[in-house]
Design a protein around this ligand. Structure first.
Ligand code: VGL
Ligand code: ZN
Length: 181
């Protein structure tokens, strides 16, 4: 049993510079995330990748009155992963229903069950965006009873202030922020 999991949050084309909803310098963490995937794989961890996987008429899109430009539409290039995932990675698709928003990889998915079934006790979180999906995923990991670590050098926020605020909030909730692993 692996005991630990790496959760790679939303490393998708639309969240990178040039994409529909870019995280500034989001591409700068790609090599880091790839390194962590390799490293965690070598130590026998379960590798999980969440993806934003919206239907065309998703409630979060501006044309539906939501806050975001259209992004990560199912089966489009913008929704593709930009990191190298092993063939046995667990892919978690979220916010897949038209009328439901989900920032957390645990929301409306079976991620918690999958982690438990695999004997996972500790999770390490990286990816984008720090103040949205990364934060929501890390907070839910704590709520679900997992010892939760944030890989500080492998996350990026939409804004600097938003990211710092999110880091504080996560620490307060019991997430252990690691500067480097
Ligand atoms: C995200 C905004 C909208 C994220 C997803 O992955 O952080 N942010 N959808
Ligand atoms: Zn989204």
């Amino acid at each position: 049993m692996p005991e630990e999991a790496l959760i790679v949050v939303d490393m998708q084309r639309d969240f990178m510079p040039g994409g529909a909803l870019p995280v500034p310098d989001g591409d700068k963490i790609i090599p880091r995330v790839n390194e962590y995937i390799k490293k965690f794989r070598e130590r026998g961890a379960l590798i999980v990748a969440t993806r934003d996987w919206h239907p065309e008429n998703h409630v979060s899109f501006r044309e539906q009155g939501g806050p975001w430009p259209r992004h990560c539409v199912q089966n489009t290039p913008g929704a593709e992963f930009v990191v190298e995932l092993p063939a046995d990675a667990v892919i978690i698709s979220k916010a897949t229903e038209p009328d439901k928003e989900a920032y957390s990889g645990f929301e409306g998915t079976n991620l918690a069950e999958i982690l438990r079934e695999n004997g996972v006790k500790r999770v390490y979180v990286c990816g984008v965006a720090t103040e949205y999906c990364v934060k929501a995923t890390a907070l839910d990991a704590v709520r679900n009873g997992f010892e939760t670590y944030l890989l500080r050098d492998a996350v990026r926020g939409i804004t600097k202030e938003g990211e710092l605020e999110a880091l504080k909030e996560m620490e307060k909730a019991g997430v252990k922020v690691l500067s480097r692993l």
